[in-house]
Design a protein around this ligand. Structure first.
Ligand code: NCD
Length: 357
């Protein structure tokens, strides 16, 4: 792999992604052949935010590869509760272990962690920003259930603003030819500008529609997501958005017979339980593909271990990121790093937040 860390789904090239999909399928076919593939290796799962699937799937994946796992799922049980910085925790854990999976409520936290870690870092979700291993889960599912990753009309429904799985999936699927996106959300929960820029840059067609009914007949894939309650400024704001999009059997009457329904889970109320018995519902089998995807990713990263130390000093910009959810808002020692977009705009390297110069 070209990059040491997997922070953004675009850290994996299309050919690296295809290699991981193939390896995931080989492992699924004969898991016994891989039961010692990571013997002696240690994974740290540092979960600063709740998780069922992602954390357990990382752990199970490493155990099934013959390795071991350490970590925390409640930062209050670690030195974080005593005020330890992300930098210090990562410096120490990166020295103890061979690979780290980190989930954090702040956008850009995994990028920040990677700057201080000797061990490779995998982003297991950074706030409402990105979630590359959910995307691996999704593409392994699509590749197996649809037979291809190209020429599809993909509907994404729900909280497209805060849904990190949505952002990551769009980034990856826009690299495959002929994919179109139908974005189904309220105006308040539309995808952020940096994701629209990704679709524009790769000439992917997209439309924004207000209802599931309007989108349904044209879709090859429907990717449902929950409204991300924990990312709202107030309970009232959440109440206004919840329950707007609910998939039920009636709405599926106009769907293509081979459409596939995906959902990263957890589900709240956006898919009625009845839909689980429709053969197009793939969201539970998707979790199994996810475990094999993470086995394939970790095996690939650990086959050629990269423990290159990161530079000790980074150039820092004079301006600050304006995004209150950016990791630089709470971990103040982090160097401010921006890329220029266009002539008059800066993008924060951690969270993709925009700022006029
Ligand atoms: C997703 C996440 O954490 O972003 N869940 C997951 O990783 N399987 C989706 C969500 O929480 O809604």
């Amino acid at each position: 792999m070209k990059t040491k860390h997997v922070i953004d789904p675009e850290d994996l090239s299309v050919s690296e992604l295809m290699d991981i999909i193939r390896l995931a399928n080989e492992i699924k076919q004969s898991p016994q052949d891989f039961s010692g593939a990571c013997r002696g290796k240690i994974l740290a799962t540092l979960f600063y935010e709740p998780s069922t699937r992602t954390q357990m799937s990382f752990k199970t994946a490493m155990l099934r590869l013959g390795g071991s796992v350490i970590g925390f799922d409640n930062p209050q049980n670690s030195s974080v509760a005593k005020g330890e910085s992300l930098k210090d925790t990562i410096t120490v854990v990166g020295g103890y272990t061979d690979i780290i999976a980190i989930r954090h409520p702040s956008e850009g936290a995994a990028r920040a962690a990677a700057m201080y870690s000797a061990a490779p870092v995998i982003n297991a979700g950074d706030g409402g920003h990105l979630h590359p291993t959910q995307t691996l889960t999704d593409v392994v599912t699509l590749y197996n259930e649809k037979g291809s990753l190209s020429d599809m009309t993909i509907g994404l429904c729900g909280d497209l603003k805060n849904g990190r799985t949505v952002h990551s999936l769009i980034k990856t699927m826009s690299h495959f030819k002929g994919n179109k996106f139908v974005l189904i959300s309220t105006p308040e929960l539309a995808v952020p500008q940096y994701i629209k820029d990704v679709m524009n840059a790769s000439d992917c067609e997209y439309t924004e529609v207000p209802t599931l009914q309007e989108a349904m007949p044209m879709l090859d894939v429907l990717y449902m997501t929950r409204i991300q309650r924990e990312r709202f400024a107030s309970p009232e704001d959440y109440e206004k958005q919840k329950g707007v999009f609910v998939l039920d059997r009636k709405k599926l009457l106009t769907a293509k017979p081979d459409m596939k329904i995906l959902h990263p889970l957890p589900r709240v109320d956006e898919i009625e339980v009845d839909v689980d018995y429709d053969p197009r519902a793939k969201y539970f089998v998707q979790t199994i593909y996810g475990m094999y995807a993470r086995m394939a990713l970790m095996k690939t990263m650990l086959d050629k271990p990269d423990r290159t130390p990161m530079p000790r000093k980074f150039d820092t910009h004079k301006v600050h990121c304006d995004n209150p959810r950016c990791i630089t808002a709470t971990e103040s020692y982090l160097p401010k790093i921006f890329k220029e977009v266009g002539g008059d705009m800066l993008t924060c390297t951690y969270c993709d937040g925009r700022k006029l110069i």
